[in-house]
Design a protein around this ligand. Sequence first.
Ligand code: G3H
Ligand code: 13P
Ligand code: ZN
Length: 327
Amino acid sequence: MIVSTRELFKHCYGKYAIGAYNINNLEQAVGLFRGNLGKIKSNADPANPQVSAPFILQISRGARSYTDKRFLEAIIRAAEQVFPEAIFAVHLDHGTEEVCYDCIDSGFYTSVMIDASHEPFEKNVEITRRVVERAHEKGVVVEAELGQLGGVEEDVVADVKLTDPDQAAEFVERTGCDSLAVAIGTSHGVAKFTGTQGVRFDRLAEIQRRLPPGYPLVMHGASAVPWEWVERINRAGGALANTSGVPEDHYFKAAQMGVCKINIDTDGRLVWCAIYRESFRDKPEDFDPRTPGKAFMAAYAEYIIHKNKMLGSAGKLEEVRRFLAQA
Ligand code: G3H
Ligand code: 13P
Ligand code: ZN
């Protein structure tokens, strides 16, 4: 069942976070659905309520144009039928104004992100406000971003890009956005921190304090970049260096501070890369695309279960179902 993040956030606020996972293809979609229902090996396995979780499936502009957005949408619609127990939102990740309108008008997305965070404050407010108006007319919710991720290696310079708590309060009030992505020291990709840098929980606490009670925050760049997966990739011929990620025990701590949505893309790519590289290394005579594909779907499902345990969303699916039925 495709739902709005509005209800999901109401249920999880302050208690746990919902995983927002990027997908680009069929195998990622199937692994993601199986993982969120606790089905590791096969679509037909019984769902496991102990680990089943609500989730956000997010699609970037790159994912939409990788083949044709209609293929991805068709995969998701098919997944909704194959996995009728699943409860998830469909979200546009890092949208421009134009792509947001395309998704809002499509009637398929329940949530869009307008990312005008690279613009000056007033322009960001103006663009976000326009998208919010158009989205709300169609019942779609909007995530916006204030502050800028990345640049964490620049230390002092990086600090000026962190979200300003006073500006955050003004931004939310003036734009009417439904959730806010905040820059608190994380960045996208496999190299997030150097030296003593880390997630700025002090800044997160200030932002939460300035916003209305229960206002949902979003953490981007939240992959853990686990050493285990980096090593597996490198042992199978990869060349990833100077990697670092967000410690997974930070997820639950952030959730307790109002972070309702935690974005994870890179970790899924690492699982994909390790499994495919190992398959090609270990079975050089095999040229069947289904060999690495099957191994990946199973490994990804397991990894999603692990992630959801760290987010606190594992085992919450039936509670959310009851909550939605009452709403
Ligand atoms: O925030 C960026 C996401 O990881 C999506 O990456 O634009 O390469 O699909 P992408
Ligand atoms: P990672 O690169 O840390 O997975 O971040 C993903 C993200 O923020 C997608 O919007
Ligand atoms: Zn992001």
